[in-house]
Design a protein around this ligand. Structure first.
Ligand code: HPA
Length: 281
């Protein structure tokens, strides 16, 4: 068995073990939707949902170590009696030294535990001059500019070896999210996310190039998880918190982590409203 399959199986068994321990039940956990939370959303709670169990990533065998400073590294299973959601506070990044398959492991684990929907959030810099820090961008497509791919060297255990990516982000979910945002007057765009490896930020010349490629926002995550999600048959909704201006023009200011975190928290409030709208019963 290859390493990815072994890791995914070990992680699923470990989550099942923790779930059975905290619910005193031998029922198998069945996740309906998984949400991967980026910077600013780590402490998400959803209206009407109760926590079933909380597991540290470090207690899930098979799951790579999450080391990014603004990410909690915690899986919370929540339920409203009808639906069980997995809130994944923290993800794995290429820039931490992880492989593409390490980065994608969480998405495959969620699928194996039953999730047919992956909602993914991130922080991103604005390449589109119409965007402001604190805004939200619903991702309608992406450009994988990392040079990596989690499906590389896989067999067909999780899906076909040449997964289709022509509709990587689900149109229906995007349109529902857009109308929830409009109802609540939340500043919300739709656009193309370009994923890079990091951890250095892009040069101004790189950002101007990315704008000319047709990208609207740039970040260091998401694309590999979304490839994995499409590969194993999950529908995807992606949302970017616009945290800084990344136009690469003559006014380009230096990027700071403080600015990113501050604006991630602002956009995060709107994302919570959208998520609550999506899961309101
Ligand atoms: N570039 C890459 N990743 C990011 C940025 C950016 O400008 N902002 C937040 N994450």
């Amino acid at each position: 068995m290859n390493k990815l399959v072994t890791s995914v199986n070990a992680a699923c068994a470990s989550i099942q073990h923790h779930y059975s321990g905290s619910t005193s039940s031998s029922t198998r956990v069945k996740i309906d939707s998984a949400i991967i939370l980026g910077s600013g959303l780590s402490n998400l709670n959803l209206d009407g949902f109760e926590t079933v169990c909380t597991i540290n990533y470090s207690d899930i065998s098979g799951l790579p170590k999450a080391t990014a400073p603004s990410h909690k590294g915690e899986l919370k299973l929540i339920s409203n009696g009808q639906r069980t959601l997995a809130l994944c506070a923290g993800r794995h990044h290429l820039y931490e030294g992880h492989s593409a398959q390490d980065v994608a492991t969480l998405a495959y684990v969620m699928r194996q535990l039953g999730a047919d929907e992956l909602i993914i959030t991130n922080a991103a810099g604005a390449l589109n001059p119409d965007y402001q820090p604190g805004d939200i961008m619903l991702i309608n497509d992406h450009i994988n500019f990392t040079g990596h791919n989690p499906v590389r060297a896989q067999d067909d255990t999780f899906g076909v070896v040449f997964p289709d990516m022509s509709k990587a982000y689900d149109v229906k979910r995007l349109s529902t999210a857009k109308s929830i945002a409009a109802t609540h007057s939340i500043a919300c765009h739709q656009g193309v996310y370009i994923g890079v490896m990091g951890p250095s930020l892009e040069t101004s010349a790189e950002r101007r190039m990315m704008r000319s490629f047709g990208a609207d926002a740039v970040g260091m995550s998401t694309v590999l998880e979304v490839i994995a999600a499409n590969h194993c048959g999950m529908e995807v909704l992606g949302m970017s918190a616009i945290t800084n201006l990344a136009l690469g023009d003559e006014n380009q200011a230096p990027d700071t982590l403080e600015e990113v975190l501050e604006n991630a928290a602002i956009a995060g409030k709107g994302m919570v409203t959208i998520l609550n709208g999506l899961f309101a019963s």
